[in-house]
Design a protein around this ligand. Sequence first.
Ligand SMILES: [Ca+2]
Ligand SMILES: [Ca+2]
Ligand SMILES: [Ca+2]
Length: 428
Amino acid sequence: MSENSSPRPRSSSWRYGSVALNIFTLCCCVSTVWLGGYYALLLVNPYSLNPFPPPSDPTQIVIATITPTSIFDFPSFTPSLAPTSTGTPTLPPATSTRGVTLASVSPSPAASSLPLQTATITRTGSVVPSPTRQGGATSSITSTPVGGATATKGTAAPTSAPNTSISGRMLFISNRNGADGIFLASGTTIQTVVSDGFKNQKAMLSPDGKKVLYASNKDGDDEIDTVDLDGGNAKALTANTKSDVEAVWSPDGKQIAYATNTSGTYDVWIMNADGTGGSQITFSPKDDRAPTWSNDGKKLAFQTNRDGTWQIYVIDLASKVETRLINNSANTQNPNWSPTKNVIAYDSDQDGNVELYVINSDGAGEQRLTNNAAVDSNPWWSSDGAKVAFQSSRNGNLDIFMMDAFSGANAILLLTGSTDEKMPSWGK
Ligand SMILES: [Ca+2]
Ligand SMILES: [Ca+2]
Ligand SMILES: [Ca+2]
C-alpha cells in the first residue's frame, strides 16, 4: 500500500459557516456599542430621550397609556413626583394628543406637603360718610346714663339729667327703665313719675301743676289715670274694656278731652276732671283721635282719618261745626294748640318726610319749622307760647328737642339717651 497522503481540502459548507459566524459576531459588536451608548445617555440625563418629560405641576402624575413602538416611545415615570397625599385621585377628562392622561390629585398635596399661601385682601373704594345732621339742631349727641332702673310707681327717683336746663316742667315718655314710663324734667333734674312696667302714653300736667294725666295700659285695654307728681295718689278716671287714650286737660282744668273706641272706632269724648259725665263729641265712623283744646276752651282740634289720610279738624264745642284745617292728602297729625295764640302746631309728611309746622287755627299762614331726613313729630308748646318741644329720630333713636315756635331756629337737644325720649308736654 502506498502512503501518498495530501492535505484534506476544506468543504464549501465550512466556508459558508465561517462567513455567517463573522456576520453574527459583527452584529453583536454593533448592537453592544449602540445599546451601550444609549444607556450611557440615560445615565447622564434620564429624560434626554423621553418624549414625555415630567410635568411642571407636581400635583399631576404622568400616566403613559401608549404602546411603545420604538425605544424612544417608552413611558415616563418619575416616582419622586408622586404626591404624598393618600386621597383618591380624581381623573379629569383632559387627554393630550399623544394619549397621555393627566390626573389631578384630590386632595391636593398642597394640604400636606406644599407651603400655605396667604391671600391679602386690599379694600378699595371710598368710606361711606357718616350721616350729616340736618336741620337746626346743633347740640352734640350725648349718651346719658340710664338711672332709676328700680323706680316704681310711688317713688321719685332721679333718672339722669336734661341736656340743658329746662324752664318750667316737662313731662315725657321714655323706655329707659324698660316699658314706657312717665318722667318729669325740670331745670337740671329728671324724676320718675310712673315706671310700673306697663305701657304709659301722653302724659300732661294739670293747669294747677299738681297732677299728671296719662293713659295706662296696665289692665290691657288703656285707661285714663291721674297721679301726683311724686307718683302717689293714683286714680283711674276710666274703667272699661275699651281703649281710652290721649287725654288733655281743658285750660281751666275742669274737663278732660280724650279719645276712646267705646263706640267701635275712636271718637273724641269729654268728661269731668274727676272722670264723671263723659259725653261723645265726634261721631265719625272712622277714627277721631288726639284732641287738643283751644286756649279759650271753646274749640278742640283733633286728627281723623275720615278722609283717607290723617287730617286735622277743628270742632266748635258750642255749635259742633267741624272744619278741616288743611287741604292736602298728606298725613297730618298730633295737633297742639298754642296756649297764647290761635295757632296750631302739628306734624305732616306733606313734603315727603315728617316735619313740624305751625298754622293759624283758621287754616291760614302755614309755616314749616323743620327740614331734615328724620321723623320730627309730636310738637308741644311752651307755656309762654314762644317755644315748641318735639320728638325727633335725628340722632338714631327718639330724643326731645325744642326750637323757636315760629321759625324753627335755635333747636336745642333737651332730653336724650340711648333709649327713646318722646311725647313731650310742657307746663309751668
Ligand atoms: Ca279702657
Ligand atoms: Ca323730618
Ligand atoms: Ca333717645
